[in-house]
Design a protein around this ligand. Structure first.
Ligand SMILES: NC(=O)c1ccc[n+]([C@@H]2O[C@H](COP(=O)([O-])OP(=O)(O)OC[C@H]3O[C@@H](n4cnc5c(N)ncnc54)[C@H](OP(=O)(O)O)[C@@H]3O)[C@@H](O)[C@H]2O)c1
Length: 329
């Protein structure tokens, strides 16, 4: 058996391209005492990976040139020298873009509770982001209006459904009629605005007749700017992601700052791992809703490690429809 790894070959300027990655083959790593050898089954592709390809200062250090691309995987233990894990256990890892890896830092997951891939999405980091961002920063109250951008995606789809479950009016923003249709019909949002269709400000006014109390921002840029002008007095903005800027060489310059002052809007950035001590709480809540059939979920799957670069490139262009994954085995 040979290992295959995707390495960062070059730091992109602007958009990501295939030439920014290199695929390498090599021998299987051997587990040291306390470690497991894992065969990765699913790799998560996430927008934050664009940031890790850069050497700009951020909340976590970037990937070095020649290193394996960072990423969460779900895999199966092939060999264990870890006291609490045995061969065949299914685990959540940080092993990155490779078929096999060794680690002592893995968490066992319950394969009977949900499909394994869900631990990278609705029951994983994106689900935790939606839960804590909305609950702790958005602080929605029943009867309020919530708007979330990238509403059909991994984080956004959970945010809007939780807002509905917690008694709010949920309005999505998504790119294109098919995604908006899914957000309304399948996910049960009250409305969804297609930001690619034209006048976003007017469409938001129609969709949010009482203004916006919580905006969960996954995209930043002109959508965030437009939302600022629709926010109510004492409303909250969860600054979760800026995907519209990730490939930009110049950040978008916000124009509507005056609205923040006039309406005493509270804006707070969030990074999911600030809540890592409470992941169990979110997992219990999300798995509970899922088990009761009260949360819907969708995945976008590419097959094979060699297609991971193309999957990330497509994700950053919004071509995914649901949580983006790579099926490795
Ligand atoms: N702070 C944290 O701890 C944390 C954790 C997880 C994720 N995030 C952030 O949350 C956001 C969503 O992540 P996700 O994993 O759930 O991804 P996702 O929503 O499943 O996929 C990304 C979506 O972003 C939208 N998009 C792409 N380019 C865009 C643009 N230029 N303008 C507007 N929308 C664009 C696309 O949807 P449309 O086709 O609808 O435009 C695309 O499908 C990202 O910004 C990510 O960085 C933050």
């Amino acid at each position: 058996m040979q290992n295959r790894r995707v390495l960062l070959a070059r730091r992109p300027r602007g958009g990501v391209s295939q030439a920014d990655f290199r695929i390498e083959e090599g021998p299987l790593p051997q587990p040291a005492p306390g470690e497991v050898l894992v065969k990765n089954l699913w790799l998560s592709l996430d927008p934050y990976m664009r940031g890790r390809m850069s050497d700009a200062k951020s909340y976590v250090k970037g990937v070095e040139l020649g290193e394996v691309m960072v990423g969460q995987t779900v895999g199966e233990v092939l060999e264990s020298k870890h006291p609490a894990l045995k061969t065949g256990d299914k685990v959540l890892t940080q092993l990155g873009w490779q078929l096999y890896g060794v680690s002592r830092d893995v968490s066992k997951i319950d394969a009977a509770r949900a499909p394994l891939s869900y631990y990278l999405g609705i029951l994983g980091m994106p689900g935790m982001t939606a839960y804590f961002g909305l609950k702790e920063i958005g602080q929605p109250r029943p009867g309020e209006t919530l708007v979330v951008s990238a509403a059909s995606g991994a984080v956004g789809s959970v945010v809007g459904q939780l807002a509905k479950l917690w008694g709010c009016r949920a309005v999505g923003i998504a790119g294109g009629a098919a995604k908006c249709d899914y957000v309304k019909r399948e996910l049960g949002f009250d409305a969804c605005v297609d930001y690619k269709a034209g006048d976003l400000a007017a469409a938001l006014k129609d969709a949010c007749p009482k203004g916006v109390d919580v905006y969960f921002d996954n995209v930043g840029g002109s959508i965030f700017d437009t939302l600022l002008a629709r926010m109510n007095l004492h409303s909250r903005v969860v600054v979760c992601g800026l995907i519209s800027d990730y490939n930009a060489t110049e950040p978008y310059a916000i124009r509507n700052w005056r609205c923040v002052l006039v309406n005493r809007i509270k804006l707070q950035g969030m990074i999911v791992f600030d809540w890592k001590e409470r992941y169990g709480e979110a997992l219990k809540a999300l798995a509970g809703y899922l088990g009761e059939g009260r949360l819907r979920y969708r995945e976008s799957v590419v097959e094979g490690l060699e297609n991971a670069p193309g999957g990330l490139i497509a994700l950053l262009k919004g071509e995914n429809f649901g949580k983006q994954l790579v099926k490795l085995a």
